[in-house]
Design a protein around this ligand. Sequence first.
Ligand code: CDP
Ligand code: CDP
Length: 225
Amino acid sequence: MEKKISIAIDGPAAAGKSTVAKRLAEALSYVYIDTGAMYRALTYCALQRGVDVHNEKQLMNVLHDTYIELKPSPIGQLVLANGEDVTEAIRKNDVTNNVSYVAKHPAVREEMVKRQRELGQHGGVVMDGRDIGTHVLPHAEVKIFLLASVEERAKRRHEENVARGIPSNLEQLKEEIAQRDRIDSERSVAPLKKAEDAIEIDTTSLSIDEVVDRIMRIVQERVKG
Ligand code: CDP
Ligand code: CDP
């Protein structure tokens, strides 16, 4: 039997991480772990409770009270917070524009990383985020860092919004994405950064299939090796 490895996919917002990670997990029959959804779920619960996203102590109280589940379903992965389905709610603008402030707090990251390592402890996982290759799974057999220009990433999110009938402004999206990248890259704990041993793929002019094919070839080499 082929050995089950761990695959870490990192990169900035809308680089294609979750789309590609889901496709890889499906093709390999691995578990997909969307770590961004965990930070988003905490942000959603904190906002619901009126907690200040800059107050680490209050955020930690919310986190300790919140059981976050990533649950596969026929319609895709569901995100549950204490059993409540928050899959849609965590993609809304109020969450998107606050999540990077929540994810800056060292205590929040420490607890999230603990939960993420538990989820990934048996291998056979594709985990996507910002610090997976550098911090959460430093021994992952395959590490990928996906990139794309900020213009292309804003365009992708804009097209996604339009297709879903959500009001969208391309210029505003570009600014919001650039701002989130800045906060994620400049934070003191586990910032968004390519791991030294990660393979960088610039997806600006690549299709999803092309990106998946490239990574599958890398995975196949490692699984055999
Ligand atoms: O899908 P998108 O790129 O918009 O973001 P996401 O993966 O859902 O992550 C949302 C936010 O969570 C990021 O902008 C980071 O602030 C934070 N995050 C993090 O700090 N570390 C991770 N491993 C994953 C997400
Ligand atoms: O997870 P992350 O925020 O990195 O990005 P995503 O949500 O997987 O991808 C954002 C959008 O870009 C999705 O609508 C994808 O279908 C699209 N995409 C693309 O058009 N070309 C790629 N090579 C990758 C993603």
